[in-house]
Design a protein around this ligand. Structure first.
Ligand code: GDP
Ligand code: MG
Length: 163
């Protein structure tokens, strides 16, 4: 286990789907309901010859109080602080939202390394959202599909020098 990778982003962008793909088991709950992952889940991730700890986070929420959302947000911040690398996922089909921009700022301040991934971009879907992702100022985004396994070779290539 050479590093810890935390998958972060707002609810419903496909974090748990990506976690499942990297862990290779259905450990995380995938659901159409935003914010279905309420706790941090850890698994043994593998991608090519890389072995790492992968953390599926609750989904960054804008609320910071005693509510469930506030608790989820604090859990996510803990995951960000403890991770060597944060994989920040956006939904390429929806494009960059105000919440994505807000959390990009948090990651810029808190995270050691950020990899930006525009998910749900299978086939030619989400091209506009992918291009918008450059505007987050977190470097060149990856075009991925967690559900269909596209872009995993590119993810591997950016992880290798950080491992
Ligand atoms: P999370 O809330 O960020 O953990 O998102 P989930 O992994 O639970 O996924 C939310 C929804 O997006 C589910 O309906 C998934 O099937 C769907 N989804 C996840 N990844 C992809 C993808 O690569 N392409 C498409 N089209 N849908 C996806
Ligand atoms: Mg989830």
């Amino acid at each position: 286990m050479s590093f810890t990778l935390a998958i972060v982003g707002r609810p419903n962008v496909g974090k748990s789907t990506l976690f499942n793909r990297l862990v290779g088991k259905r450990l995380a709950l995938v659901d159409d309901q935003p914010g279905v992952t309420r706790d941090l889940r850890e698994g043994a991730g593998r991608l090519g010859d890389l072995r790492f700890i992968v953390v599926d986070s609750a989904g960054l929420e804008l609320v910071d109080d005693d509510s469930l959302q506030g608790r989820m947000r604090r859990l996510t911040e803990r995951a960000v602080d403890e991770a060597d690398i944060c994989l920040f996922v956006i939904d390429a089909r929806v494009g960059v939202t105000a919440a994505d921009e807000y959390f990009a700022d948090i990651l810029r301040k808190r995270a050691k390394h950020v990899i930006l991934a525009a998910n749900k971009a299978e086939g030619r879907a989400g091209e506009n959202g992918f291009l918008e992702a450059y505007g987050l100022g977190l470097g060149e985004p990856l075009r991925i599909s967690a559900e269909h396994g596209e872009g995993m070779d590119d993810l591997y290539r950016v992880l290798v020098p950080l491992a």
